[in-house]
Ligand binder design. Sequence first.
Ligand code: ATP
Ligand code: MG
Ligand code: FE
Length: 339
Amino acid sequence: MRILGIESSCDETGIAIYDTEQGLIADQLYSQIELHAQYGGVVPELASRDHVRKIVPLIRQTCEEAGLSLSDLDGVAYTAGPGLVGALLVGSCVGKSLAWALDLPAVEVHHMEGHLMAPLLEADQPAFPFLCLLVSGGHTLLVDVQGLGDYTILGDTLDDAAGEAFDKTAKLLGLPYPGGRYIAELAEKGDATRFQFPRPMMNRPGLAFSFSGLKTHTRVTWEQHQDDPDRDQLKADIAACFQLAVIDTLSKKCLRGIKQTGHTSLVISGGVSANTSLRQQLNAMGRKHHFKTYFPSLKYCTDNGAMIAVAGAMRLQHKDPEQHTLIRAFPRWSLEQLS
Ligand code: ATP
Ligand code: MG
Ligand code: FE
């Protein structure tokens, strides 16, 4: 079975074809980062317009890469939410119309289920059940995953998402958008012991996250040291302290979640899972506490069409997706509403 996957929930147009026997056979990504960088964040209307411009040529390119024509497909999967409504509608309209025209099943994919399934693109795949940490630009979730569509959210963020905290801290330090990877680069040159940053929500039970206090602490530290003669080192030290605080918090909550559920596999996905220090810390924790860690390869941590294609393929193989006549987009949509 060959599934075309379409991702357009935010600022990446991602198109891919996943074959249930051969795996991923084509994958194209167009990122709008340069378009939005000048505004320091994603401008929704510009995002929608750019998806409109890029989506059809990218579908053609993906078919060319696979050496297939549209008639070789067995299904069309597209991100139906959550995300920016205008951006989502571009993918939904194109995906649903294509499915109609080709008389194929259309699969509405939940963007976070796509992130959650991204490690299935790798050779070493996790088996159900597992604990999943979803850390991206808009989400920080600890999810008990019993099977496809069987999700219980054990921990959520009370305020900012982890990726959002990285991006806001980067902005404060004058780094480009999106700043996660620039913080990570800078942190390598920094001293993570210079300042004592808080570990939010660690001194109470439960699996909830909160990053806005940490963001404020970062800002106050930055402002208090404005007359530091070595500003480059100051920046690097703040980046290192901030990153370590986030990573410590994320990994300790993962360990709590592992102990609470008894799972022996931990899947980490979403843009922040590209962070090398986070990967190292969780891998070390896994070795010590006897659980196995699974990450997507770096290019499938942030948004892409491949994760939507693989999630769509899973759904088509294991469930019969409801075929309705509407073109739908769900800007807000909880993972727990899936079946
Ligand atoms: P969501 O999936 O919640 O809708 P999104 O799709 O915008 O949000 P992703 O594309 O999964 O999010 O991830 C983007 C986020 O990942 C950004 O906040 C970015 O800064 C962060 N990020 C990317 N690389 C790294 C890194 N190496 N270290 C930390 N954060 C990173
Ligand atoms: Mg993005
Ligand atoms: Fe995402």
